[in-house]
Design a protein around this ligand. Structure first.
Ligand SMILES: C[S@@+](CC[C@H](N)C(=O)[O-])C[C@H]1O[C@@H](n2cnc3c(N)ncnc32)[C@H](O)[C@@H]1O
Length: 182
């Protein structure tokens, strides 16, 4: 779970960017989805997805205890299927939080940037340092390697600005260059 520091930071980013439509990849207990929903306007929405039926059920029960729970939709399924489905429907999100299986971060990032991120939108990727292992000498462990590959892939993209903040486990912020230039 991303926890309190990341939760506060997400709330700060979502509210200051005036996001209305949020996508989260990786629901778990629903904690971060709820934190983001709390700062959305009444007609705002968080769409969050997870492949684990147990955590989805758990998250639904938790979220339903909050008055902001009505702003959250949880989609059960593998992100590699949910994201293309959303793209096919033409869904657009002005804030996207990626927080699921590190191995597929490159794929998730690509479909989000190419198809799901609305003009002017912001993407946030959690665990961008993976306990420092992404920047350690070998052996880095499986997740350290995946995270490092993801960070390298981000660096190669010429069409985005990115910044890696050493907040908690590393938070990567991404925006399209065209959106930064006014
Ligand atoms: C780090 S937790 C998410 C924490 C949550 N965002 C929070 O901060 O409260 C990662 C979640 O991603 C889900 N997940 C892992 N692989 C996935 C996949 N391929 N598709 C969808 N969800 C996945 C896991 O079931 C887990 O609940």
């Amino acid at each position: 779970m991303s926890g309190n520091v990341t939760g506060c930071f997400l709330q700060f980013l979502v509210s200051s960017s005036k996001a209305r439509n949020v996508l989260e990849i990786g629901t778990f207990t629903g904690c971060s989805a709820l934190r983001m929903a709390e700062v959305l306007p009444p007609d705002g929405k968080v769409t969050t997805c997870d492949f684990d039926p147990y955590v989805v059920e758990f998250a639904r029960n938790m979220i339903n205890t909050s008055p902001h729970g009505t702003k959250i939709e949880i989609l059960l399924g593998y992100a590699k299927e949910t994201l293309p489905d959303l793209a096919k429907k033409g869904s657009k999100f002005d804030f996207i939080f990626i927080d699921a299986d590190k191995k597929r971060y490159v794929d998730y990032f690509k479909i989000c940037l190419d198809s799901l991120l609305a003009p002017g939108g912001t993407m946030v990727i959690d665990n961008a340092m993976f306990y420092g292992t992404a920047y350690a000498t070998k052996p880095r462990g499986m997740y350290g390697d995946h995270t490092r590959q993801f960070n390298e892939a981000i660096k190669q993209r010429q069409d985005i600005y990115h910044v890696l903040l050493p907040v908690r486990d590393g938070i990567m912020l991404v925006r399209r260059k065209t959106d930064m230039n006014g």
